[in-house]
Write a protein that binds this ligand. Structure first.
Ligand code: BTN
Length: 326
């Protein structure tokens, strides 16, 4: 734990509103002057920290920035996801950074955020617009003990986790379109991109990329997606706390990843089915060059979508683009 993580954790501890510099210094084994120097740095980053000679330090307000130390200080317990959090002001894609960390053998659970991405990518080779400060863009490195065919479980789990985090932080009621679009009403507010590195029968690593349009205003979206995209800010009528949402998403992902690792994907599938706008609907699914039409019947135990085609066959869909028919 860094000094900053320790200070922020102490300032946020529910047991007291203030904490003395001496107490922090003693616990960390550093001088009070060193603590004061870090507090000044945190203030320069926008943290409003009150310092009173008698009562010590008190956190009044946190800035709208994503800071690795701050996010780590807000995760409860000893989580796997987020045990190492790195934040970039700008990068091509957070998933590119994770890819390099994976190649270097970094252990699973590392999370990379970026304030902006110059080459953010979505599913099926689409561009993902990622302007500075408007959204939450992050990728997670996972090394699950799954077969490649089971990797859809993680996409489904991530969609469920992101939907739960949005609901708990904003009281909005998101829905999920298979496998990974998070909708508010009929407009997309978040997406998930799962990228896999695998051998024939074993996942080597998996990169989970999450993009949440948190504080976009309508004009921030390019014209071509304005009719189909939305943001939390547009739905609520006020900006949201990005750091709080980021922590909530990591916390929910941790919970679902634990469920997958202990073989309890069925519990996630049940939650997912309750959130899903796709099931029971007539849909068309584009898989490569093929377009299948039918009724989205249910979710298979590995996360695949079971589609009853217009010819009565049951097709397993493990990837593709679903359009809901009116
Ligand atoms: C989609 O719905 O098409 C998936 C969008 C995923 C976007 C996120 S933003 C963070 C991570 N980095 C990327 O380049 N893409 C994902």
């Amino acid at each position: 734990m860094t000094i900053d993580t320790f200070i922020l954790t102490a300032l946020r501890s529910p047991s007291g509103t203030s904490i003395s510099g001496g107490e922090i210094a003693q616990k960390l084994g550093v001088t009070r002057a060193a603590v004061w120097a870090r507090v000044r740095e945190l203030r320069a980053l926008g943290y409003e920290i009150e310092a009173s000679p008698h009562e010590g330090y008190r956190l009044l307000n946190s800035p709208d920035v994503l800071l690795g130390d701050d996010l780590m200080s807000r995760l409860k317990g000893d989580p796997l996801i987020g045990r190492d959090i790195r934040v970039f002001q700008e990068t091509t894609s957070t998933s590119d950074v994770i890819e390099r960390l994976a190649a270097d053998g970094v252990r699973e659970g590392v999370v990379v955020f970026a304030e902006s991405q110059s080459r953010g990518r979505g599913r099926l080779g689409r561009e993902w617009i990622s302007p500075a400060g408007k959204g939450i863009w992050f990728s997670v490195l996972l090394r699950p003990n799954l077969r490649p065919i089971e990797a859809t479980q993680l996409t489904v789990a991530a969609a469920t986790a992101v939907a739960r985090a949005i609901e708990s932080e904003t009281r909005l009621m998101p829905q999920v379109k298979w496998p990974n679009d998070i909708l508010l009403g009929s407009r997309k507010v978040a997406g998930i991109l799962t990228e896999l590195s695998a051998e024939v029968d074993r996942v080597k690593h998996l990169i989970l990329g999450v993009g949440l349009d948190a504080n976009f205003e309508e004009a921030d979206f390019p014209e071509r997606v304005r009719a189909t995209a939305t943001s939390l800010r547009m739905e609520l009528g006020h900006p949201v706390d990005r750091a709080g949402l980021a922590v909530a998403m990591l916390t929910e992902l941790e919970r679902d990843y634990a469920r997958i690792r202990s073989g309890r994907f069925d519990a996630i599938a049940t939650e997912w089915e309750a959130l899903c706008t796709t099931l029971g609907r007539q849909v068309s699914v584009r898989v490569g060059d093929r377009v299948l039409h039918g009724r989205a019947e249910s979710l298979a135990s590995d996360g695949a979508l079971l589609l009853r085609t217009q010819h009565g066959h049951l097709e397993r869909i493990t990837g593709g683009d679903v359009s809901l028919k009116k």
